[in-house]
Structure formats: structure tokens, C-alpha cells
Design a protein around this ligand. Structure first.
Ligand SMILES: *Cc1c(COP(=O)(O)O)cnc(C)c1O
Length: 229
């Protein structure tokens, strides 16, 4: 068995996920190149990220700024072409660091954070790609803009803050069929003419590709189970 078909290694699992994405894209009549894989490395050490880099992976996702700071400045120095996406809820006091370290923030979820990001991008002279997190399930405990308010929020970001919004992101409720949430996000992005759609995780990325995902965020299927102890 070649290393690339070995599901015991990060390289092998990455190859499997890439194959699955390509197959799902093809069967949906999409160009496999139109789907970008975000390897979610939260809780995993920098060595695991390096294994993925060695296997050709370039885009990574972290949901905590502090954890990202413990791994990525050094990795980015050694591998300047890697991209870091922040995919978790941001606190105001972390925006400065997030803007300094990340290339994309997928979790813009309220006006206060959008304003802080605009201010920091201006001050640091950096331009990050920005996606708005949509609370498609309208779950009270979950971050994100309610679907009915997304249009107004995007317009506020553009008109008042001068931010370019690249797309939308969602995390469907755990106990619901994700397809309806993917379909809703696709519809909203279409109405607002936003090109990027970030949806789908280890359990449902193939389905997300069917519904038009341009980013899938996959952690466990690449790096293995997370240990929070
Ligand atoms: C952790 C996380 C993922 C990856 O989840 P897996 O099920 O491990 O693939 C994707 N998106 C977000 C926002 C996450 O926090």
C-alpha cells in the first residue's frame, strides 16, 4: 500500500478527503478545483500541521486566535504560502491579533466585530478575506447573523465600514439534516451575489459540495479525533 492510500497517516487521510471532494464535485457537475479544502488543525500540534503541509495542504483553519498564535507565526515563516483561516467566534480583544496573523476570517458574526476588523485592517495595512457566519438554524446559543438579517448586515459592512465581503459560512445544528442549511446558505449567497460558501465538516463535506460549497472545513477526517483533556 502506498503512503497516499494509508488511512493511518495524515497524508493518507488527506488524499482520501481530496478524492471524496473531487468525486462529489464531479457528480454535481462542478469543477473539483472550485472547492477549497480548509484543514482544521485545532487541538493538534504544529507537527501535525507540518505533516499536512508536506502532503501538499496549504489552507488551515483554527477556531481560537490564541491557539493559532502558538503555532502559525513560526509555520508561516517557514512556509510563506500557507493560509490561515479563523473559523471560530472572535472576541473584540482578539481582533488585533487575528488580523495580524490570519488571511481570512470566516466567522464575522456581529457589527461590533466587523467594525473592529475594519479598524485593525486599516491600522495594520492588511486586507483579509471576510466571510459572514450565518446562524441558519437560528439557534440561540450559536454565533451568527440570522438569515433574515444577512442582507442588511452585508450592506452595512460595505457601506458603513468599506469592507468587502467574500461570502457566507454556516455550522448547521448538530441534530438536523444539514442539507436544508446548506441549501439556505447557497440561496442567500446567490441572492447577495457572494462568491464564497463555507460549509461542510468531516461528517458532511461531500453533501456540502453538492450544494455549492467553495470551502469545506475538515478536521477530524484529516487529523483524527480531538483530545480536549
Ligand atoms: C472544529 C470545526 C470544524 C471541523 O470539524 P470536524 O468535524 O472535525 O471536521 C469545522 N468548522 C468549525 C467552525 C469548527 O469549529
Amino acid at each position: 500500500m502506498s503512503a497516499d492510500s494509508d488511512s493511518q497517516t495524515i497524508a493518507g487521510r488527506l488524499a482520501e478527503v481530496r478524492d471524496d471532494i473531487a468525486a462529489a464535485a464531479k457528480s454535481a457537475g462542478r469543477d473539483p478545483e472550485s472547492v477549497k479544502l480548509v484543514a482544521v488543525s485545532k487541538t493538534h500540534p504544529a507537527e501535525a500541521v507540518e505533516e499536512a503541509i508536506a502532503a501538499g495542504q496549504r489552507v488551515f483553519g483554527e477556531n481560537r486566535v490564541q491557539e493559532a498564535q502558538s503555532k502559525f507565526p513560526d509555520l508561516k515563516e517557514r512556509y510563506p504560502d500557507i493560509e490561515l483561516h479563523i473559523i471560530g467566534p472572535l472576541q473584540s480583544n482578539k481582533v488585533k491579533d487575528a488580523v495580524a496573523i490570519a488571511d481570512c476570517i470566516q466567522s464575522v458574526d456581529r457589527a461590533k466585530i466587523a467594525k473592529a476588523i475594519a479598524k485593525e485592517m486599516e491600522e495594520q495595512g492588511r486586507t483579509l478575506k471576510l466571510l459572514i457566519q450565518v446562524n441558519t438554524g437560528e439557534e440561540p446559543q450559536k454565533a451568527g447573523i440570522p438569515p433574515a438579517e444577512v442582507a442588511e448586515f452585508v450592506e452595512m459592512c460595505r457601506a458603513e465600514l468599506g469592507l468587502e465581503i467574500a461570502g457566507l459560512m454556516c455550522i448547521p445544528p448538530l441534530d438536523e439534516e444539514p442539507a436544508m442549511h446548506f441549501a439556505l446558505l447557497e440561496k442567500l449567497a446567490g441572492q447577495l451575489d457572494l462568491p464564497e460558501l463555507s460549509m461542510g465538516m468531516s461528517g458532511d463535506y461531500e453533501k456540502a459540495v453538492q450544494f455549492g460549497a467553495t470551502y469545506v472545513r475538515v478536521g477530524t477526517a484529516i487529523f483524527g479525533a480531538r483530545d480536549y483533556t
